[in-house]
Structures are given as structure tokens and as C-alpha cells.
Design a protein around this ligand. Sequence first.
Ligand SMILES: [Fe+2]
Ligand SMILES: [Fe+2]
Length: 456
Amino acid sequence: MSQNQKKKHQQVVEKTFSKNNTSNYTEKLRVLGKQFNYASNSNYYWSNPELSLLYSTPLYEAASPLQKLALNHLYWVGNYNQTAASEANTIIYNKVTAGVFNAVGGYDTLCRELDFETDQENDHIRAFQQVCYQTKIAITGKTVLGNPLYSKSDKLSASDWVRQLVPQQLQKVFISSQGTTQMSAYWNSALSFVAKEMLKEKKEYYSHYLRELDQKGKQIPAAVDGIVGRIAPQHWLRFFTLNWGISPFMACQYYSIRYTGNAILKNQEYPYFKYFQELEQKGEFIPTPTAISYNHLLDEAFHTTISQTLARDIYKDFPKPTAYEKFVSGQMIYMMQQNLLSGLSGVLPGRCVADSPLLMLFFYKLLKSPLFALSTQEALDWLEKCFCQEHDGFHVGLKYHQRLIESLRRLFSCLDYQWPINRDMGVMAAGGSISKALQNNIKTFNHFSKSVADNS
Ligand SMILES: [Fe+2]
Ligand SMILES: [Fe+2]
């Protein structure tokens, strides 16, 4: 890489750090979270109705104005519960990768920016939780809904979530039978051996964060939720983390995944930002969650710039990736496409993964909660109409899918080391199909309704 190019991305980092430091979006967001009171916001839409659970489905058309309002608020809750989980991922991986950049030297501002972002994410998470908790209790009372809106597919072992939230008689349907503790320990040590062996020439850059964990005898953390937690089973995630924490190239490569998280969030958060501006222009009441989304988008714009600069430019500061590094990077993004981006939802605008039994269970419980108070048969009939028959909700989903794939291709098409199927988001593109989504949902629904019948 030429000195000029290096200087250019250094300037981007310096400028982003300085602007982020002097902005006050985090402070505003912190105050908004503390002030939030559901009763003062409950009569207002928090976004355009489009960002509502079940939007444009036959059930939405039949819902009362009060139910529609609740579906709009619950969408916010689902979206920001998931965002909070992804930002908890960010906190860990910022530390893992900053440890590598510190060891390389010459990236002081970048490391300070990553530390600063970590503090911001802590404040973001707290504000989201303040709104989510109150809202969920106010709308659904003590009904335990959980947040499977974006949970891992059951294939990736949803057992913890399932044990917490699913009535015992339904658990066996959702608990994955794959893997034992002994087996995971075997995979952990085998994959750790591979990473350390293949990257032994880079061990001088080993992240001090991981070194400290080693010294305390602790295992490398593996996310169970959030964007990273959903891309692969835990032994793979530990392996990926080790790669991000040893090799400077791989540390940069992590930011292509963080960028994906940024893009997914922006795809859903930008409409809240626009809605805030419209209300402000008209001088109308601005609900607190809308204002939180508005300020969050502005804060996250700094983080997106950093993700993009690391993923697209800074990696070129380091020696070209080895065949091993290319392979691991390719495998990672391929798995991310398969597990996070390979489908389309007709009931949850903006969700680009096939609807799973867990999602059906969530809606089933919602329909039986005091909000809809349906009988088992009524709930199943509506689920069948919403998940298994074509309606406008799928076309809304397709619009968000299209927007997301475009923003992902903007980054991934620039990564010359990536596999062609990752550069053009081929797996994601193939999943953007209404007929495939319907076929998948019919199978899932048949399985789901049978399990309900068997257990009732
Ligand atoms: Fe955030
Ligand atoms: Fe962020």
C-alpha cells in the first residue's frame, strides 16, 4: 500500500474519532432512556406503520387500531433487543482486535476510537433495555414472549433460549440434539491448535485481551446471540475469534462482519430517522423510542465509517493474506450468508432469514397473549394465513432485502481476497425469493402445528 493511501485512511480515522468525541448523541440517548415512560408514548406510532410485526399480513388488516399500535411498538422492542445483543458482541470483538492493533503499533487513534465505541455501546444497550422492558410488560403482561425474532436457527442449538422460555412439553421440538460437552471440548482444542499453528508467524501480535484470558485460565468468549452469535456454532466462533486476535489481516477482516451488522441495523433504523425528521418538521410530538433511534443512527454512523475503513482499506497495510487466511475469511462470510442472510420473512419486515419454528412459536404465543386472546385453533389458522400464503408482507420484506443486499455488495465487491459467492452475496441473493420462503414456511408450519397438537 502506498504512503498516500495509508495517510488517507489514517485521516478518516482521525476525523471520525474527533467528530465522534465532540458529538453529544450518546448523552442525549442516555437521558432519553432514563426518561422513558411507556404510558406517555403508548398512543403514538414510533415509526411508519410499515415497521410493525405482521405488517401487511391478513392478520394485520383485521387487527384493531390498538393492536396495530402494539405491533408497531413490539417491532421496536424486537429490533432493539437484537441490536443490544449485537452491540454486546461488538464490545468483546473491539477489545480482541484493538489488542492486535496495539501490538502492531502506530494505530493509537484507532484503538482510542474502538475503546470509545465500546463505552458508547454500553450506553446504547442500557437505553434500549429501559424501553424494551417497560414496553413488553405493558403490552403483553406477564406472558413470556422472549425475543426469538432474530434468534439462531434451531439447527445452531437454541437450547438455552428454549429452556428458559418454552413450556417444557414443547422443548424437545426445539432443542438440538447435536453436540456434547466432550465433543465441543474436542472441537475447541482441535480448532485452536489449527489457528495457532497456521498463524504462528504472527504470534507477536497476539491480542493482550486474549492473553489475559489465557492467564486467568478462562475460555475465549463465544457469542450465543447477536449478529456474530448467529453466524456459526460456538466452537467455530471461538476459532474465528482466535484468528481475529492473532493476525492483523484477520483483525481487519472481522470488520466486514461488523459492517454487516451496521448495515442490517441501518436498513431498519433509517426509517425511524426519517420519521423523526418528519415529525420535527411538522412540530408534532416525537415519541421517546423514535428519538432514541434517531440519535443512535447518528452515533452508529461513526462506527460504520470505522468498520468500512478497516474492512476495505486498512487491511492493505498488512502483508497479503495467506491461503489459510483467505480460506478462513471465505468460510466465515459464507457461513454468515447461510445462517444470517439466506431467506426472507413475510411477517417481519427487514428480517433476511427464513422464518424458523422459534419465530412461529413467538407469534403463536403473541396471538394467545391478552393482546389478541385467540384460542389455539384460531391462532394456528392465522399463522397459516400469515406464514404460508402469499400476501403484501412478503413484498415489503423483499424491498428491505433488496436494499440490504445492495449495501453489502458495496463493501464485499471491493474485497479482492473474498470468494466470488461472497463478493456478490450469492447465497443471500438466492434467498430473496417469495416462493422459496413460502415453501420453507409450509414445511415449518406443518412441523410446528403437529408439535402443538401432540403437546396439547
Ligand atoms: Fe450502538
Ligand atoms: Fe455501534
